[in-house]
Design a protein around this ligand. Structure first.
Ligand code: PEP
Length: 258
């Protein structure tokens, strides 16, 4: 983390878990446990039907609500899809884009790029995900693969908007597997992502962009991961479903500022 230059963000990704009723229960519990200090931003990205309950429950708190996906088109014949202006109107602040689980369902880098642009145009903060498979890591092509995903995802994103983008590095082999990247592995890739952003934009921009790590981050390993200089927060799946665990991760982000 480097709180001098960029935001620390602890974001939850609920995936396809919890009903609106359970959302209300979770948010009520979380509200009662939220640490008082403001050392990081907190986001919870929830299933679309849970957004109203989450927004209602967390009004006037520091927890921003987000969606787990969006459609890049402004409106039209896209049955089952949700446009960015709908998310804004529903009270969302964030949207996860390009999660590996969605990429596995056919989402391409071009789709990710179109969604990032649509999200920024609507005023949402896109949390753009990237990550390599175990096979890619073992073949030694992790940094090239990630660089390619970042370049494709940020294509035509102007300098004045890139500061709003949050990048999440999520090695696919670490998501939901209990197998976390070591702090060194995660730092190495997050640093390489910052280098890509520096080359695409500038040192100033690269220094200001928040890069999160995601992949079996939990209340036990969060402190060490967040202590790495280029890891500015976490995107958390499983551990974000339990208020006690999520709060402990938020507390882990309370580390001495550089
Ligand atoms: C995720 O879904 O983005 C994620 C990182 O999940 P988990 O924390 O459960 O590995």
């Amino acid at each position: 983390m480097n709180r001098k230059y960029r935001k620390t963000i602890i974001a939850g990704n609920w995936k396809m878990n919890k009903t609106p009723t359970e959302t209300k229960e979770f948010m009520t519990a979380l509200k009662g446990m939220m640490p008082r200090g403001r050392w990081c931003d907190v986001a919870l990205c929830v299933p679309a039907v849970c957004i109203p309950a989450a927004v209602r429950a967390m009004r006037e708190t520091r927890v921003g609500i987000g969606a787990e996906n969006c459609n890049a088109n402004p409106s039209g014949a896209y049955t089952g899809e949700i446009a960015t202006n709908m998310l804004v109107d529903a009270g969302c602040k964030y949207v996860i884009i390009g999660h590996s689980e969605r990429r596995a369902m056919g989402e391409t880098d071009a789709d990710v790029n179109a969604k990032v642009i649509a999200a920024l145009d609507a005023g949402l903060i896109p949390i753009m995900c990237c990550g390599e498979t175990l096979e890619q890591r073992e073949t030694g092509i992790t940094s090239e693969w990630i660089a390619m995903q970042i370049k494709a995802g940020l294509q035509n994103v102007p300098e004045e908007k890139i500061r709003k983008v949050v990048i999440a590095y999520e090695p696919i082999w670490a998501i939901g597997t209990g197998r976390t990247a070591t702090p060194e592995q995660a730092q190495e890739v997050c640093e390489s992502i910052r280098t890509v952003v520096r080359k695409l934009y500038s040192s100033k921009v690269a220094r200001a962009v928040s890069i999160l790590y995601g992949g079996s981050m939990n209340e036990k390993n969060a402190y060490e991961l967040l202590a790495q200089p280029d890891i500015d927060g976490g995107l958390i799946g499983g551990a974000s479903l339990v208020p006690e665990k999520f709060v402990k991760i938020i507390e882990s982000a309370n580390q001495p500022a550089e």
